[in-house]
Design a protein around this ligand. Structure first.
Ligand code: SAM
Length: 315
């Protein structure tokens, strides 16, 4: 295990994701008024990349909204490998004020995120609730219902400790989110984490977005690309098929799971939205987008009764 190895390659994937999302937002694929405070560079990405990120962000948003419909705002969201994700602020703008929102990433990443939050009033105002105080360290921030903590997700003790510091309530319905994160974690460590979560959170859902169908030629190209940029794809075993995505959750004690590739997720987005974004940029070749969509998926796992009949309708 490269537990204390060089993490710079994996950490850099966050810059890539954030820049790509920024590119999308700039072109009008979707609205995010906060991302610009975390990423300055906005090099224009290829149309296929923009559409891919659009589908990723919208797909996850739809899942989150479905779960929030079930729980109301009395729940927790725990964002694993959060990077510069702005979901907390976007949910606030959508009128949600959920009980607790916790973000975890390597300390190098959370330090940067904390720094920007402190620096921009527009970010700080939304986490600064009346009467609430905010506690900062260079890598962690604790407010009334928003926490960000620096941690290596491979260390369960550290994760448990940081969640405790973030006032996490094991009895409250909890939604976990991992967006392109688990693939970078060694299979054994990832399984330990998923097992620990399923045995400690009895009313929980897990939304996982990441690579799938990695054992074909296009998958090989994607993996080699990431490896060339210094990423250790230590968790790729679970990314072989939709079935391996599902079974790893079930084997780690989750009650059930479902998985869809991004072709299915994209087709389930409202037609008016698809028509709108398809007019933003012409695709050079539609085949590449289909290939990309076939190689990413959203898996939803659940634990306990509250979430068991959840349907992420895919037409
Ligand atoms: N979820 C964000 C998004 O989609 O915009 C960031 C995605 S980025 C591709 C992967 C993130 O996972 C990086 O920020 C990286 O630092 C984090 N990560 C990967 N392995 C981790 C670990 N063992 N502990 C903590 N964070 C980790």
């Amino acid at each position: 295990l490269s537990f204390h190895g060089d993490e710079s390659g994996v950490i850099a994937t966050n810059d890539d994701a954030s820049e790509s999302k920024r590119s999308c937002v700039k072109l009008g694929y979707y609205q995010d008024d906060y991302l610009q405070n975390f990423v300055k560079i906005s090099e224009k990405k290829a149309p296929e990349i923009n559409r891919g990120y659009y589908a990723r962000v919208k797909g996850i948003e739809i899942c989150i909204e479905k779960f929030l419909k079930k729980t109301g705002d009395k729940c927790q969201i725990i964002n694993l490998g959060c990077g510069f994700d702005t979901l907390y602020w976007r949910l606030r703008d959508a009128g949600h004020n959920i009980t607790n929102f916790v973000e975890l990433d390597f300390p190098t990443v959370t330090a940067k995120k904390c720094y920007q939050i402190k620096r921009y009033k527009v970010l700080l105002d939304k986490i600064h609730l009346e009467d609430g105080e905010i506690r900062f360290s260079p890598t962690d921030l604790h407010a009334t219902n928003y926490h960000i903590v620096g941690v290596d997700l491979r260390s369960i003790d550290e994760v448990a400790n940081k969640l405790k510091q973030s006032d996490v309530d094991f009895n409250l319905p909890t939604i976990f989110l991992a967006e392109c994160v688990l693939v970078y974690i060694e299979t054994a460590n990832c399984n330990n984490l998923l097992k620990w979560l399923s045995s400690n959170f009895h009313s929980a859902a897990f939304i996982n977005y990441e690579q799938v169908n990695m054992n074909d030629r296009f998958g090989d190209v994607m993996l080699n690309n990431l490896r060339a940029r210094g990423c250790n794809l230590a968790g790729v075993e679970a990314c072989l098929s939709l079935d391996t995505q599902i079974s790893r959750f079930v084997q780690c004690g989750w009650t059930g799971a479902r998985s869809w590739d991004m072709c299915q997720i994209y087709d389930s987005l409202p037609m008016s939205e698809r028509h709108r974004i398809e007019k933003i940029e012409m695709l050079d070749e539609g085949e590449l987008l289909i290939q990309l969509f076939q190689h990413y998926c959203i898996t939803v796992a659940w634990n306990g009764e509250l979430f068991q009949d959840i349907e992420i309708t895919v037409e």
